[in-house]
Ligand binder design. Structure first.
Ligand code: ADP
Ligand code: ADP
Length: 228
């Protein structure tokens, strides 16, 4: 298994009860898993635990054969090889598309940076937009820049936190298909969090339904039937 989460338990310091309880999830390499649940069910907390922004009181997380946290070890977020796409894209407004995408590549040579940028622009179909600023792009384009920025440093895992909630319904439908296609092209393992069932169905290879901090059910992708 590429990702193994076992018996995760998490309680916020000032809270009475644990919000994540015995949470278990296995993910195969290259799989897009959607964690679907109502507001307050614990989706963001799960992401924060996987990312290393919180440390669980109990349980283990393994990413790509490496234990990133358990009782005795805790690997910090920047060393977990995770790329993020946030709800509001969180692009740097004063930086061009190119600079945004290259942000995580500071240690690379100029040549490597240039090549990686070209590759990413092509992947998200924004080759002509390298010198634009985020406010000069549509919502869908901003989101593709956010995806390119997350993928540029070649993370082993991609995490998307409610990536469609800022888009109107028509755009949402178009974008989620695009996003799935791009992610599938790279083959990266992804965890995608949403409260919207339609989003989960459109994006995921498998939907994991979470309720009150626990996995309730897990359903594999049903491909649309082609008309006979
Ligand atoms: P979701 O992302 O599914 O909406 P969250 O993971 O944000 O759910 O929240 C799960 C539960 O944890 C909720 O009941 C929420 O009120 C609580 N919670 C979230 N953040 C904190 C915090 N910093 N301190 C205490 N409780 C929190
Ligand atoms: P999408 O295919 O992502 O839905 P839109 O239809 O929203 O794109 O946008 C169409 C074109 O208008 C795009 O090429 C985009 O760059 C341009 N555009 C959108 N918003 C702005 C803006 N605020 N300033 C400049 N150009 C913009």
């Amino acid at each position: 298994m590429f990702i193994q989460i076992k018996d995760l338990q998490y309680k916020y310091k000032n809270a009475k009860e644990a919000v994540i309880k015995d949470f278990c999830l296995d993910i195969e390499r290259g799989e897009i898993v959607s964690i679907l649940g109502e507001s307050g069910s614990g989706k963001s907390t799960i992401l924060r635990l996987i990312a290393g922004l919180e440390c669980p009181q109990n349980g283990t997380i393994n990413i790509c054969g490496e234990t990133v946290c358990n009782r005795s070890c805790f690997i910090p977020p920047e060393k977990r090889g995770i790329g993020f796409v946030f709800q509001d894209y969180a692009l740097f407004p004063h930086m061009t598309v190119a600079k945004n995408i290259q942000f995580g590549l500071k240690k690379k040579s100029r040549q490597d940076k240039r090549e990686r940028l070209e590759e990413m622009l092509k992947l998200v179909n924004l080759t002509d937009f390298a010198n634009r600023f985020p406010h000069e792009l549509s919502g869908g384009q901003q989101q593709r820049v956010a995806l390119a920025r997350a993928l540029a440093p070649e993370p082993s895992l991609l995490i998307l936190d409610e990536p469609f909630s800022n888009l109107d319904a028509a755009l949402q439908e178009k974008i989620r298909g695009e996003l799935r296609e791009i992610i599938k092209k790279t083959g990266i393992t992804s965890i995608f969090v949403t409260h919207d069932k339609e989003d989960a169905i459109a994006m995921a290879d498998r939907i994991v339904y979470i309720d009150n901090g626990k996995v309730k059910t897990s359903v594999g992708r049903v491909e649309k039937q082609r008309p006979v």
